[in-house]
Design a protein around this ligand. Structure first.
Ligand SMILES: C[S@@+](CC[C@H](N)C(=O)[O-])C[C@H]1O[C@@H](n2cnc3c(N)ncnc32)[C@H](O)[C@@H]1O
Length: 220
């Protein structure tokens, strides 16, 4: 199936609310367990690490990071003010100290990050190398990297099956966005090619269940 990009930022009030209300808890918990696995394999973080969640949306992963690593400086970045308004409110309700930055990835520079992560961001980017360049630009040497995203199914029939399996009773707007996201997503081979092109051929790209891929590695 041919890739069809979708808008980068999620800014529509209704779209943002439907996304924020959706239950991604199981996938979010899995992302945290993948991050913990990466840290087990690569060694402990420094005592007061900087952790950056790119395309953080309503803070689903950012808030979990702040809870799991209370000693860390946690930064969530998103270009959508509407998403960040929800993320900030949630952080405040949970009394979590998180720094949210409302800016496009293109505006970021060195953050001295010890860990850079993203969840469901890559498929939004019109030029995927933006994620790889940004990760390198904001990282400290030795930075751990884990980006998890949807992967594009081979056909419309496969996409229909994924929708039925995972979003049977979901709101229409969420279904629309899920389908658009899958069509905008990359295949594993495409991500491997992007990493090679960016000089990041040592990073791995692994499939996760029937619709995700996980990129992980270290910044030299
Ligand atoms: C599908 S949401 C994922 C939100 C969150 N990471 C999660 O796991 O629920 C993708 C987010 O990436 C943001 N985004 C997309 N392109 C971006 C860019 N170029 N710069 C900053 N944020 C971007 C969107 O605004 C949106 O909030």
């Amino acid at each position: 199936m041919q890739r069809q990009p979708e808008p980068e930022l999620m800014e529509g009030a209704q779209q943002v609310q439907v996304y924020a209300d959706a239950d991604f808890g199981a996938g979010d918990a899995h992302t945290l367990s993948l991050l913990n696995g990466l840290l087990e394999r690569t060694g402990a973080l420094p005592p007061t690490p900087s952790l950056v969640d790119l395309g953080c949306g309503p803070g689903n992963i950012t808030l979990r990071l702040a809870q799991a690593f209370p000693e860390a400086r946690v930064i969530g970045v998103d270009g959508s003010a509407a998403m960040l308004a929800i993320a900030r409110r949630r952080a405040s309700e949970l009394d979590l100290n998180v720094e949210f930055r409302c800016c496009d990835l293109r505006c970021l520079n060195d953050l001295g990050a010890d860990l850079v992560t993203s969840n469901s961001l890559l498929h939004h980017l019109h030029q995927p190398d933006l994620l790889w360049r940004t990760t390198i630009a904001i990282a400290a040497p030795g930075c751990r990297v884990l980006h998890r995203d949807l992967r594009r199914p081979a056909s419309i029939e496969a996409l229909d099956q994924l929708q039925q399996r995972h979003l049977g009773e979901a709101p229409a707007l969420l279904v629309r966005d899920f389908r658009a996201s899958l069509v905008a997503a990359f295949e594993i081979q495409e991500v491997n090619d992007q990493l090679l092109e960016a000089g990041l051929g040592s990073w791995s790209v692994e499939p996760e269940d029937d619709r995700y891929l996980v990129v992980s590695g270290l910044v030299n």
